[in-house]
Design a protein around this ligand. Structure first.
Ligand code: SF4
Ligand code: SF4
Length: 501
């Protein structure tokens, strides 16, 4: 028998004085890490099966369990850490590409954490958001370049279709298939209650969710799964996915075992077949080709829907965005290299792309220089952790942000990063009916609404502190930001001064 070099990353610690052998942990762990020894009447644990999702810890009625990182150690050094060693063992055993989920965990700089926000003192007084109106509503889409009047002198409504958000945040694309029916339902219900939008991702739109169309962005990705006339017409906007921050330059792969029942029906592919999205759209090899798809989608929906083009933040993102802005798109979504995913090749996720803060600043600057900034709105995603990140993103030039991982955390995700296995113990990244039902859509909705409302309160406080009373006045207002510990080059790309200046 070959020797297994993969040692448990976590240890399940059971306090036998507290454990009452109720077997809740055994029932709750889809990874079958807990077993019951009938003869001895005790629950046993296999740490090798644990992914540290905290489900058993949270539900243990006597708090008898905890999961700790193992202190077993490799002979590490500055060159070879345990992660690098383990990955070599895994590939030597499997001969395959390493797969991971969620966003890039590597220790690259998080620029949002090196940027500070301004506040008014003495002159330009701050605004009290509890007593004075603060406008968080934003409209996404092309802004008319001039006022037009008819022969009677009355103003003509020359606005193009747009999206109106009560607060500058949307739930980013997560497909039905990568996440569960109940997770999608929670997002749809929350988007409706909040007056914002959620995004179908590339899996199509389940027929039960057509009723939330007014708060839905429908996505057209390279695989074109679930794309048909009714789908396009159902949403408030259409998003063409050209790239994704977690896996720029490559396609997607949802394994056949997740293509079951309604997931297969919604994607319009046979049950059990792998859903493989090609790396490129096979009809797009230039901005002109992209323009054709943008206008095909507009034509198919009678020019009633704004079109979003989503790109990954990569090295020449400003030039790419400039082309996209000229393609007829109404909104550009940029996904940074920390963006989440249900499954991506580990090497791509961890090494390809650039931070969203730098991408956003350079795109906003380039579109301004070219005089086309108002032709499109900019939405950014890729690890927005808090309302402060939102404020910083907007001051760097974004009109709104997409949140994915933060929304899943609100639903109960514990970032165990095992979504690709399909055994999410929290009912989020799974299609197993017994696991899906663990997520109550009504409770999920309430938690998402709470999160977004809390962030909106905080945004109002931060804006009030700056003496700013609308998102519109904050957008691109880089004077409100200062950097700490950044190089001249980084400050120049971000377009901000250093703290103290
Ligand atoms: S995988 Fe989750 S439920 Fe299973 S033992 Fe580990 S923490 Fe508990
Ligand atoms: S969605 Fe589920 S499987 Fe994925 S990281 Fe969160 S808890 Fe783990």
């Amino acid at each position: 028998m070959p020797i297994n070099f993969l040692y448990p990353e976590y240890e399940i610690i059971r306090d036998t004085n507290k454990c009452i052998a109720c077997r809740v942990c055994q029932r709750q762990c889809a990874n079958e890490a807990h077993t019951f020894d009938e003869e001895a009447g005790i629950v046993l644990s296999d740490s090798a099966k644990c992914v540290n999702c905290h489900r058993c810890v949270s539900l243990c009625p006597t708090r008898a369990l905890k999961i700790v990182k193992t202190d077993h150690t490799f002979r590490e050094n500055g060159n070879w850490d345990s992660n690098a060693i383990t990955e070599i063992y895994k590939q030597a055993e499997s001969g395959g590409v390493l797969l991971s989920s969620m966003g890039n965990p590597k220790d690259f700089p998080v620029y949002f954490n090196k940027i500070l926000i301004n506040a008014s003192q003495v002159t330009n007084p701050s605004i009290d958001p509890l007593r004075e109106p603060m406008e968080t509503k934003v409209t996404l889409g092309a802004k008319p370049s001039r006022i037009e009047r008819d022969e009677n002198g009355d103003i003509v409504d020359n606005r193009t279709p747009s999206l109106t958000l009560s607060t500058p945040v949307m739930f980013s694309a997560m497909s039905y298939g990568s996440i569960s029916y109940n997770a999608h339902k929670s997002l749809a219900l929350a988007a409706k209650e909040l007056g914002i939008y959620y995004n179908t991702g590339e899996g199509g739109l389940h027929e039960d969710f057509y009723e939330y169309g007014a708060n839905t962005i429908v996505q057209v990705a390279s695989g074109r799964f679930g794309v048909h006339k009714d789908f396009l017409s159902a949403g408030a906007a259409i998003e063409i996915k050209m790239g994704q921050g977690a896996k720029p330059g490559i396609g997607g792969h949802l394994p056949g075992e997740k293509i079951v029942g309604d997931v297969a029906k919604t994607r319009m592919i046979p049950e059990g077949s792998d859903a493989i999205s090609p790396a490129p759209h096979h009809d797009i090899y230039s901005i002109e080709d992209l323009r054709q798809l943008v206008f095909s989608l507009k034509e198919a929906t009678n020019y009633q829907k704004p079109v979003i083009v989503k790109i990954a933040a990569v090295h020449n993102v400003a030039a790419i965005a400039s082309g996209v802005a000229r393609s007829g798109a109404d909104i550009i979504a940029i996904d940074g290299f920390r963006g989440g995913t249900g499954a991506a090749p580990t090497r791509i996720r961890d090494n390809v792309g650039i931070p969203i803060e730098l991408a956003l600043a350079s795109v906003d600057e380039r579109l301004r220089q070219e005089g086309i900034r108002d032709n499109v709105s900019i939405v950014v995603g890729g690890s927005i952790h808090s309302s402060a990140d939102m404020v910083k993103a907007i001051a760097l030039g974004a009109d709104a942000v997409y949140i994915g991982t933060a929304a899943l955390l609100a639903l109960g995700c514990h970032l165990c990063r095992s979504c690709q296995g399909g055994r999410c113990n929290w009912g989020i990244a799974t299609q197993r009916p017994d696991l899906v039902k663990r997520l109550n859509p009504e409770i999920g909705k309430n938690r998402l609404v709470n999160l977004v409302n809390a962030w909106t309160h905080e945004i109002k406080e931060m804006m009030g502190g700056m003496g700013i009373n609308s998102i519109e006045a904050l957008r691109g207002n880089r004077l409100m930001l200062r950097g700490v510990g950044l190089t001249e080059k980084e400050l120049a790309i971000l377009g901000i001064k250093h703290a103290g200046e």
